[in-house]
Write a protein that binds this ligand. Structure first.
Ligand code: NDP
Length: 289
């Protein structure tokens, strides 16, 4: 029986765990705080920032939304980050990606206090992930994927896992988590230079697709009974859809679902987990005050 992994339900579970931790923190007089910095007016970024702020408010997390004009200078953004580093009410800081092209995003990420880097993108936290040092922050999307696997009862230990994509926000940390002591999987990382990707994927007990190409992973690339985690969020034109487009993942859902033992849908799979893990990291940061 194919199992559809319900990311919304697991995200709600994570959020409920956070609710409990937030009330415990409140008894200590600590209100967790998250600051989100948005530079410019990219519509998709605005949507993400808005939903992060709404979730915080709903949970009683202090939420600070800082919207900066598209022509903000590097030093203006750096100053905002510096102020947030020093703001005692703020436990987590994130700068919504991508910033306008003239902004050096790496420099901004490096300016964030690693103890407030709830995205887990600062080099200190990247190193801590590689070192399996639990005092770091794990990037939200791959952390969410691990939680989905765990909740679905998927045995990662000893499994052959193939991660497609090697970005710093998804593919690479995903591979580290799977190969580490909590995953114990045998991991292959595939990317655009991989030869015979289909054959590589067919070895996998677990496939994590983080490519950014609509319905790229097809049934012929998937072994019978494999578990498939689809990180992709792609807009494809659809005249019948209200907004003129619909969202699809990196996996051709219908044909792959017919073959695998468990799969995440898009939307409603990995997407809701990312924000849940962000809240979790913010609560962890607040707990360390
Ligand atoms: P990137 O564009 O940074 O990375 C894509 C990766 O896919 C690269 O490593 C690239 O290889 C690889 N790739 C591209 N084409 C091919 C190919 N033909 N064969 C094999 N590998 C290929 O994307 P992200 O990691 O940031 O995001 C991936 C997807 O996940 C996107 O759809 C994004 O929208 C989604 N996403 C979803 C999130 C969520 O909350 N669910 C959060 C973050 C991202 P190379 O390195 O060689 O170029």
């Amino acid at each position: 029986m194919m199992k559809n992994i319900d990311g919304k339900a697991v995200a709600e579970k994570v959020i409920n765990e956070c609710r409990n931790e937030i009330s415990v923190l409140k008894e200590r007089g600590v209100v967790p705080g998250l600051a989100v910095v948005l530079i410019g007016d990219d519509p998709a970024s605005k949507v993400y920032v808005g939903s992060k702020a709404r979730k915080c408010e709903e949970l009683g997390i202090y939420s600070l939304k800082i919207e900066m004009p598209a022509d903000s200078t590097q030093s203006e953004v750096m100053q905002v980050v510096k102020d947030l580093n020093e703001n005692d009410k703020v436990d987590g800081i994130l700068v919504q990606s991508p910033p306008p092209a003239h902004i050096d995003e790496d420099a901004i990420v490096r300016a964030i206090d690693p103890a407030k880097d709830v995205d887990g993108f600062h080099p200190v936290n990247v190193a801590k992930l590689a070192l399996e040092d639990p005092s770091g922050f794990i990037p939200c999307t791959p952390h969410g994927c691990m939680r989905l696997l765990e909740d679905a009862g998927v045995e990662t230990s000893g499994a052959e896992a193939v991660v497609i994509g090697r970005s710093m926000i998804v593919g690479k940390p995903m591979a580290l988590l799977l190969m580490g002591k909590s995953g114990n999987a045998t991991v292959t990382v595939a990317h655009s230079r991989t030869k015979d990707l289909a054959a590589v994927c067919r070895r996998a007990d677990i496939i994590v697709a983080a490519i950014g190409m609509p319905e790229f992973v097809t049934a012929d690339m998937v072994k019978d009974g494999a578990v498939v985690i689809d990180v992709g969020i792609n807009r494809v034109e659809d005249a019948r859809a209200k907004r003129g487009y619909r969202l699809v993942g990196d996996v051709a859902y219908d044909e792959v679902a017919a073959k695998c033992s468990a799969i995440t849908p898009v939307p409603g799979g990995v997407g809701p987990m990312t924000i849940a893990m962000l809240i979790k990291n913010t609560v962890i940061a607040a707990g360390r005050r």
